[in-house]
Design a protein around this ligand. Structure first.
Ligand SMILES: C[S@@+](CC[C@H](N)C(=O)[O-])C[C@H]1O[C@@H](n2cnc3c(N)ncnc32)[C@H](O)[C@@H]1O
Ligand SMILES: *[C@@H]1O[C@H](CO)[C@@H](O)[C@H](O)[C@H]1NC(C)=O
Length: 309
């Protein structure tokens, strides 16, 4: 038989060699990709460092089209798709929670690439968008211009810890969409918001509060510069201390689960490999996605509303 004779050994060996060559190249390529996408492993990055890492840029772009907030789904829904529809639903939720008249002046504190600001502008608000991450500000300016909303939205660099450039009692509403979690001094930020609001002005904060029960979640919070985000139940006192009244909280945790489940499922296998290699902290977003999903219930997604008397 041809394949048992000595003349068959050669082609088999050649094929093995080719296989080894292909596998080697693949491993090299994957390693290069991992090294390329990994962040620098900083244990306590700044907000700008966190958002500027290639892992964040590629991750947010791929999964969320640079709209950096959760989607709102029907309770019990399994599929996270279409993600953009659920994100619009979350923006609509924030809009209705603001409960302000068209023509109101609102601040978007931590506007990212400007998608929430554009939603609010289309609803008839005049929006002052602020952020501290340079490439987000560039993006927001481009998006606002492209959509012809320059007369409804101003985009400026400002840190919500320091809003001295804005006048007292000059806003009807101030909102944050998943940005207040990054605050170093949450009480100070709320005092700033209070100063900027007119009497009867409102804040709406779509944020998270967390128990600090697990070390890995504390790591996730620090690596995404959320280390000072509030303990579960902490908002009510903080908001009252800043001088706000009529506190209301909606727990939306169940309604944001589908997207986090997607992060968890998509990230699970890579995360296990990163853990084996001991480099999981260089993939903050993969780690955050998987660990938040695995520890679902150790944190809440909440919509907080309060009024300046
Ligand atoms: C998760 S993103 C949300 C962006 C936007 N709200 C959205 O929903 O697409 C958080 C944003 O908050 C901004 N941010 C964090 N700390 C801030 C601060 N101290 N002052 C202003 N913006 C801040 C970040 O730069 C980032 O753009
Ligand atoms: C606050 O912001 C203003 C201008 O926006 C700036 O001149 C001032 O130095 C800032 N203060 C601090 C403490 O960073």
């Amino acid at each position: 038989m041809a394949n048992s004779g000595p003349s068959a050994a050669r082609p088999v060996q050649k094929r093995r060699l080719r296989l080894r060559y292909v596998a080697g190249t693949l491993v090299l390529l994957v390693s290069a990709l991992i090294a390329f996408l990994a962040n620098n492993g900083d244990q306590a990055p700044s907000v700008q460092d966190y958002y500027s890492s290639l892992e964040s840029r590629v991750g947010y772009w791929l999964l969320l089209g640079n709209t950096r907030h959760c989607g709102l789904y029907e309770k019990g829904q399994l599929s996270p798709f279409p993600v953009s529809k659920a994100q619009r639903a979350m923006e609509e939720k924030l809009y209705t929670r603001l409960d302000l008249k068209p023509g109101s002046k609102v601040m978007d504190a931590g506007a990212g690439s400007g998608y929430v600001a554009m939603y609010m502008a289309r609803k008839g608000f005049n929006v002052q968008a602020i952020d501290i991450t340079p490439h987000h500000l560039d993006d927001a300016r481009k998006n606002v211009k492209k959509n012809g909303l320059d007369n409804k939205i101003a985009v400026d660099y400002a840190d919500y810890h320091n809003l001295t450039m804005f006048q007292d009692a000059s806003f009807d509403g101030i909102y944050t969409m998943e940005t207040f979690v990054h605050a170093d001094d949450p009480a100070k930020v709320l005092r700033n918001f209070h100063r900027l609001l007119k009497p009867s002005g409102v804040i709406v904060l779509h944020e998270a509060d967390f128990s600090r029960n697990s070390k890995v979640l504390r790591d996730v919070l620090r690596l995404s510069h959320c280390q000072n985000t509030l303990e579960e139940g902490g908002y009510e006192q903080l908001v009252a201390n800043a001088g706000f009244q009529d506190y209301s909280l909606e727990d939306l945790t169940d309604e944001v689960l589908p997207l986090w489940r997607l992060f968890g499922v998509v990230g699970y296998a890579p995360y296990q490999i990163f853990k084996l290699l001991g480099i999981q902290h260089k993939f903050t977003n993969v780690m955050a996605g998987v660990e938040t999903w695995l520890n679902w219930g150790d944190g809440r997604y909440i919509s907080v509303r309060a009024v300046k008397p």
